[in-house]
Design a protein. Structure first.
Length: 207
């Protein structure tokens, strides 16, 4: 099995897609699935699927395919989503408030345990099932609750400062919705979601 640092980030990303496909198969009562069928459902080539899974061990039986339930358990263990992982959200504007209401995080093994905003009145304006606190309390919360993942939905001019404070507090991964490039240490992962850029990509295909 490869060490964690040897595994390409794109393979980890595809692992999440495989898991979603397997969960749907499981819900439909299927016990086994071939590599070709799983690859087609995930939108990749079967050779890519087998290569990605090979990073984590040997799976499947020739002629029978993969045991759906067993592979779900393996991927869940690899991704670390077999128990709810605490996540914080920073920035509770329109986008942040919408993310707080999104129910899909828990389904995938993540729980937004607290949200933070620079506006002390934001907690009164946002209806949420998690506490919305002042950003000054953020580092203490991260330390006390062993939070390793943060979602950033803050203005671009404050994103880097917020990220710096969170890295110092112990955060190791960011889902960044702020339209800016974050500079972080090599051991900190940043996945950025630039909504305007994604629309720009789509515009190319509808000309």
């Amino acid at each position: 099995m490869s060490s964690q640092t040897d595994i390409p980030r794109k393979s980890i990303y595809r692992l999440s897609i495989y898991q979603r496909c397997l969960e749907r198969l499981k819900e439909n009562g299927l016990k086994t699935v071939s590599s070709n069928a799983l690859a087609k459902a995930a939108g990749v080539k079967s050779t890519q699927l087998r290569k990605d899974l090979a990073h984590f061990g040997q799976f499947g039986t020739r002629g029978l395919g993969y045991n759906v339930e067993a592979l779900v358990e393996v991927i869940t263990g690899v991704l670390g989503t077999n128990s709810l992982l605490p996540v914080i959200l920073v920035g509770v504007g329109n986008l942040g408030a919408a993310l707080l209401r999104y129910r899909g995080f828990v389904k995938e093994g993540f729980e937004i345990s607290a949200a933070f905003d620079a506006d002390p009145n934001r907690a009164k304006l946002v209806k949420a099932n998690v506490p919305v606190m002042e950003v000054s309390l953020m580092a203490q919360f991260v330390n006390e609750n062993n939070v390793k993942i943060a979602i950033l939905a803050v203005p671009p001019e404050t994103a880097q400062e917020v990220a710096n404070n969170l890295v110092q507090a112990g955060v190791q991964a960011f889902l960044n919705f702020s339209p800016t490039v974050l500079k972080t240490p090599d051991n900190v992962i940043v996945n950025s979601v630039d909504l305007a850029l994604e629309l720009e990509h789509l515009s190319y295909f509808v000309k």
